[in-house]
Design a protein around this ligand. Structure first.
Ligand code: SF4
Length: 306
């Protein structure tokens, strides 16, 4: 049995769980290649125009492996935390893909409530039965997948740079070097260290989110807004680089919240879509780094003469 796993969306955060689970069930796994031009072009061709770039790229990953596997895993991730949701596009992802791409193999699109081990186990029992009727084997595969997932360290925290920025955005933009055009390497080359939200303690993010008028029900809001406000208020960063996708409704809320409440730290907003060009991207990053340097010099002069 060959199970296809597209290397898109939350694969970047949950690949140890996905891969270990199916491997332990005795399946062979076919993971798509890193995002490349062919995958992007195919995704743009088969997906609806209105979709955001990460969803189009996901379609490209599916198209690249659909003929190589018996069953395709399309993670319908509903929740990663209690009482929160991810994004409406994740809830309908299997239907979106099946209706956009012709000649699809069978799919596993069972809803995943990953807000507790108990709920995730329910997913494992349903999905696992598509591969084997052996409940004990599914139970064992699930436990091993959980252990593998817990060993994964996600996130970046550079050390030894004079200037540091918080790089904010969805994991599938931050960790897909093709989509983000090697943003972390570009910043490092300009002498700027990068930290990502995974290195901010949950209690700090929760504390920031708790000051909002209403508790946000999207997990991305808590992660991005909470981390940004915490680091900005504590002056632990020189700037914020927000990497976003055109047509992302959730980002428009997060960005508005950050701009409204962050009064201290300069922010560069980079929006990507399938037409984004690297030259314009580089110019904006360089200008932002120049601005951070001038700002630091001015503040240094003021405190020296003050
Ligand atoms: S959160 Fe935004 S970028 Fe991510 S899938 Fe939803 S709309 Fe697309």
């Amino acid at each position: 049995m060959k199970i296809g796993i597209p290397k898109g969306l939350l694969y970047y955060k949950y690949h140890p769980f996905m891969e270990t689970f199916f491997l332990e069930l005795g399946a062979e796994i076919i993971v798509s290649e890193d995002t490349n031009k062919a995958i992007l072009n195919e995704g743009v061709k088969c997906c609806v125009d209105e979709a955001c770039l990460p969803i189009k790229v996901f379609h490209g990953h599916v198209a690249s492996i659909k003929d190589k596997c018996d069953i395709l895993f399309i993670p319908r991730i509903m929740r990663i935390r209690e009482n929160e949701f991810i994004c409406p596009k994740f809830c309908g992802l299997p239907e979106m893909v099946v209706n956009s791409i012709a000649d699809m193999p069978e799919i596993i699109g069972t809803p995943m409530y990953a807000d507790s081990d108990k709920n995730l186990r329910k997913w494992a029992m349903k999905a696992g039965r598509r591969i084997t009727p052996n409940i004990l084997k599914i139970e064992k595969a699930f436990n091993k997948a959980l252990i593998a997932q817990r060993q994964l360290k996600v996130g970046t925290k550079d050390e030894g740079y004079e200037k540091n920025v918080l790089l904010v955005g969805h994991p599938y933009l931050i960790y897909d070097e093709y989509i983000n055009m090697n943003l972390v390497k570009k910043l490092n080359k300009l002498g700027v260290g990068v930290i990502t939200e995974e290195h901010i303690e949950d209690e700090h993010k929760d504390a920031e989110v708790s000051t909002l008028y209403k508790k946000p029900f999207w997990s991305f809001v808590r992660d991005s807004y909470g981390a940004t406000l915490h680091l900005s208020k504590n002056e632990e960063i020189d700037g914020i680089v927000y990497l976003s996708s055109f047509a992302c409704g959730i980002d428009s809320v997060i960005i508005e919240l950050i701009q409204h409440n962050n009064l201290n730290t300069p922010m560069l907003l980079l929006k990507v879509d399938e037409h984004s060009g690297e030259a314009g991207f580089d110019t904006r990053i360089e200008a932002f780094v120049d601005m951070m340097e001038r700002r630091n010099k001015i503040e240094g002069n003021i405190s020296t003469h003050g």
